[in-house]
Write a protein that binds this ligand. Structure first.
Ligand SMILES: [Zn+2]
Ligand SMILES: [Zn+2]
Length: 392
């Protein structure tokens, strides 16, 4: 089965919504206009609408029959704090705001799926359409979960689409297991004893301890992590000292780590701490490490990913689906939902080939031609997960 005929019929209606949202981008937790549009459309199509989860988040629910089985579909609504350089009619009207990650398209496609499923209702159970705020660093998914998302709307599975520039239109790409990385930050503060450069034996030098720590951190990826599991430890700054002839009293080192499994994430954190503790003892200084967790790794459930690949093959054709995508070291807060509910994220081709403007480029735009594929993927995912007779 290719894209659903009805998804083509509503394509212009949905792309008009998409362009309207694109022209009026809103930052994290400020998506009031966008969530008003989302809530109004969902209500118009007869869905139960719940607002206020994660401040501006919206959940639309469609139920049929008495089965308790349920599924969640997620889209993100926020834009990025940047200027748009495109000149087309639907370019951003808000200076310093741009939908450069295609969340306008994600929101519109999920609305399209809600419209189609409200018309057809070819399923038994509950479908929760989750429109989250603040994906771009604000942890909107976590905010919705903390406000009781999965207590109020239990889900047996959760699925999401992110568009991918450079992947051909009508193609879907994903993988079971880690898809995106966890992105954490850390600060290391070293306190020694400053003094005269000519009398080092009377001081405790935080510079030497810090240099040793920076070098030792390089051994985490090379000596502690499985070589087949992508991991990054990068020192971003090392601040200490101000004079040629003074041993400083303090040093401050900071950096970021990227890991693709919860185990490696914990391991890297533990090893950074070990290295700091070791250096403190070795150099007679005080070393404090502060770990600042960012988004967890986005890990697709193996069964759900297989299911999504199968649905995608039905919509796009098996030759246009790659179920063995390369994982990337970016991060995505759908990861918080995947920690709670088995599910999968897929990447939907935004077209454009190798020279496509990438996500977060000031010349990027979501491709309206991808809309029928996204809608059809969501609709078929629901129909198949909530048990229809005919298979795709
Ligand atoms: Zn983004
Ligand atoms: Zn994004």
């Amino acid at each position: 089965m290719p894209v659903l005929p009805r998804s083509l019929e509503i394509q212009s209606e949905i792309s008009a919504i998409r362009r309207d949202i694109h022209a009026h981008p809103e930052l994290a937790y400020e998506e009031t206009r966008t969530s008003d549009i989302v809530a109004a459309k969902l209500a118009e199509w007869g869905l139960e609408v719940t607002r206020g989860l994660g401040k501006t988040g919206v959940v639309g629910t469609l139920r049929k029959g008495n089965k308790v089985k349920s599924i969640g579909l997620r889209a993100d609504m926020d834009c990025l704090p940047m200027d748009e350089l495109n000149g087309f009619e639907h370019r951003s009207q808000n200076p310093g705001r741009m939908h450069a990650c295609g969340h306008d398209g994600h929101t519109a496609m999920l609305l399209g799926a809600a419209k189609l499923l409200s018309e057809k209702r070819d399923f038994e159970g509950a479908v929760h359409f989750i429109f989250q705020p603040a994906e771009e660093g604000g942890g909107g998914a976590r905010a919705m979960i903390e406000d009781g998302l999965f207590d109020k709307f239990p889900c047996d599975a959760v699925f999401a689409i992110h568009n991918k520039p450079g992947v051909p239109l009508g193609h879907i790409v994903t993988r079971g297991g880690p898809l995106l990385a966890a992105a954490d930050r850390w600060d290391i503060r070293i306190t020694g004893k400053g003094g005269h450069a000519a009398y080092p034996h009377t001081s405790a030098d935080p510079m030497v301890a810090g240099a040793s720590i920076v070098t030792s951190l390089q051994s985490i990826v090379s000596r502690n992590i499985d070589p087949l599991e992508a991991t990054v430890v990068t020192v971003g700054f090392f601040k200490a000292g101000s004079a040629y002839n003074v041993i400083p009293g303090e040093a401050h080192i900071g950096g970021t780590t990227r890991t693709t499994t919860p185990e490696n994430r914990a391991l890297v954190r533990r090893r950074i701490q070990d290295i700091c503790d070791g250096a403190a003892r070795m150099y007679g200084v005080k070393v404090e490490m502060e770990h600042k967790p960012g988004y967890p790794p986005t890990v697709n459930n193996a069964d759900r990913a297989r299911f999504a690949i199968d649905v995608a093959a039905g919509v796009c054709g098996a030759d246009k689906v790659n179920g063995n995508a390369r994982q990337v070291m970016g991060a995505e807060d759908f990861s918080y939902m995947l920690e709670k509910v088995p599910g999968a994220m897929v990447w939907l081709g935004n077209g454009g080939g190798a020279d496509a403007f990438n996500l977060h480029s000031s010349r990027y735009d979501f491709n309206d031609m991808a809309i029928p594929f996204g809608i059809s993927f969501f609709v078929r995912t629901v129909e198949r997960f909530l048990g229809e007779k005919a298979q795709a």
